[in-house]
Design a protein around this ligand. Sequence first.
Ligand code: FES
Ligand code: FES
Length: 165
Amino acid sequence: MNHSISLTVNGARRDFVLDDPRVTLLDLLRERLHLTGTKKGCDRGQCGACTILVDGKRINSCLALAISHDGADILTIEGLARGDQLHPVQAAFIAHDGFQCGFCTPGQIMSAIGMIKEAQAGNDPERIRECMSGNLCRCGAYVGIVDAVLDAQGRMDETNQRRSA
Ligand code: FES
Ligand code: FES
C-alpha cells in the first residue's frame, strides 16, 4: 500500500509517495532528493553523521521514519548558505579547522545549530562537548569543532542582540 506525505525541505514543499512505510528520512533525502550532504555513517543512531533539523530540533535522520514526519519542516546542510554567504556555523568550522576528512562535518554543523538553539551549553567547552557527544569524528577534530561552536555561538548571540536592540 502506498502512502503520500509532504515535507518542506530547505524551504521548498516536496510531495512523496512511499511504497514502503520503513523508509527513513535519511534515505528519502539522499535517494529521492539526492541531498547527499547528510551522511550515512552507521545507519543505527550511533554516529550523528545523519543529523538534520526537523521542526527546528536536531535528530538522527537514520532513525526517523519519513511516514511519521508528514508535514514536517526539514533543514539539511544544503539549506544553510544563502548564495555565497555561509551560515555562521559553517564559516566557523572553516575558520577553526573543525574538520579533516569532512565526513562527519554536515552532521556536526547541523547538531551545533540545534544545540545553539537549545541554549543549554552556554560558553562552557565541557558542556559543548557533552551536548555534541552524539556526533562522532573519526579524525578526532574535536578541538577545532568545539572552538568553532563557541565562536559561532558568540557571533550568533551578537547578531541576535543587535536585532533586538
Ligand atoms: S548514520 Fe545516523 S547516527 Fe549514524
Ligand atoms: S572530519 Fe573526518 S570524521 Fe570528522
